[in-house]
Design a protein around this ligand. Sequence first.
Ligand code: SF4
Ligand code: SF4
Length: 469
Amino acid sequence: MDENFRDSIGTINEEGKRAWVFPKKPVGIFYKYRKWVSYFLLIFLLASPFIKINGNQFLMFNILERKFSIFSFPFWPQDFHIFVIMMLVGVVFIVVFTVAFGRVFCGWMCPQTIFLEMVFRRIEYWIEGDRGKQIKLSKQEWNSEKIKKRLLKWFIFFLISFIIANVFLAYLIGSDTLIFDILDGPTNHISTLISLLIFTGVFYFVFAWFREQVCIIACPYGRLQGVLLDNKSIIVAYDHKRGEGDKGRSKFKKNENREELGKGDCVDCSLCVKVCPTGIDIRNGTQLECINCTACIDACDSIMVGVGYPKGLIRYASEEEIEKKRMFEITPRLKGYIAVLVILLGVLIGMLFLRNNVEASILRLPGQLFEHKENNIISNVYTFKLVNKTSEDIENVEFRLISHEGTIKLVSHNSFVVPAQGLAEGTLFIEVNASTLSGDKDRVEIGVYSGEELIETTSTSFLGPRSYR
Ligand code: SF4
Ligand code: SF4
């Protein structure tokens, strides 16, 4: 096979300039399923920052304030370890999925593919027509028809980019903040306005011009593909054994017995190349550019049906299946990844169960020793911090000693309120009778109560006189 295609990418021509891809509009069963999957994901992506459960945004990634909400579970900086484990689970899951099923994620679920193929590209088909008409329009002079079509397309693209930018910002700063800033007047919130305009520009650039280059050049996941895939991974593959036969592919001729002539089932119609949104020829084998979008499967199946051959010349299959007719099996490598994934998932579930809605920390004031008071009472001074991760105020909060008999005195008040998704800080004294201490440094356990309900326990060290007993 001529391997020259490996020295270049399909979207750059020999002079190093961008070769614009005009993919033919896909039609077929896979495209139909992909459309339904993308409708669901589009609604999910666009609605998630505006849905709230228990007052928490469904999905939020406020990096600047280090506040995250995943499936309405709020994560604070104190939960960073859980967030890291979640990210690790996500990465390992994608690795496992890729080793087993190739770039299925790219073709079916990636927001870049969904927006490009299912939103922007379809608007383009609607305004400029299918591949042939688009090529003709791009070559023709700037007459009134071309100006009208292009302006309309660019205007709609800009509008959609602006909408996506708003949603994107709602993920980053929270939908409440975004809506407030918009209603209050964008000029009163210049940073929000500038962010919106920058994101709109970026999305417009990506979807109107950069397009498939994101998958080929920019996306790190796409680059990882070469490392993760092996000949047992299921990918969108051309059955070269069947397609090429002994004498190679050739055009279809009526009443010709191709089997007898040793010709393969590929009738060299190039439809699989014309529909490809990354401009490659799948018949050359697995390629970096392929996003497993299945458009070529649909295209080839339609041709196979037309010429009366079985479908599946291009299909989901592993290289091994095509070479040795061996079905999918779980390899030791895949088993290893699955084991790591299961362990990480176990750790994550454990952490989520142990995670509290209230986080308390009580620390001795640095540099302070204990104070010996009347009636054998030893007093230590502390600072406390209480984080309320819920979306409701916690009322009547007070501390009580659990492990020792004694009292906890707050400076200035006896009980207080921890605001929703906020924190309360202050100073307190722990007073314990010296006779109950077991040494010069005891561990005391403290309960945090809201009224009579115990909402969190924490411990701290308590200094006393050496060997008092
Ligand atoms: S080769 Fe097929 S599956 Fe891969 S990107 Fe092109 S059309 Fe999609
Ligand atoms: S669509 Fe099928 S038959 Fe046509 S060129 Fe591609 S692989 Fe061959």
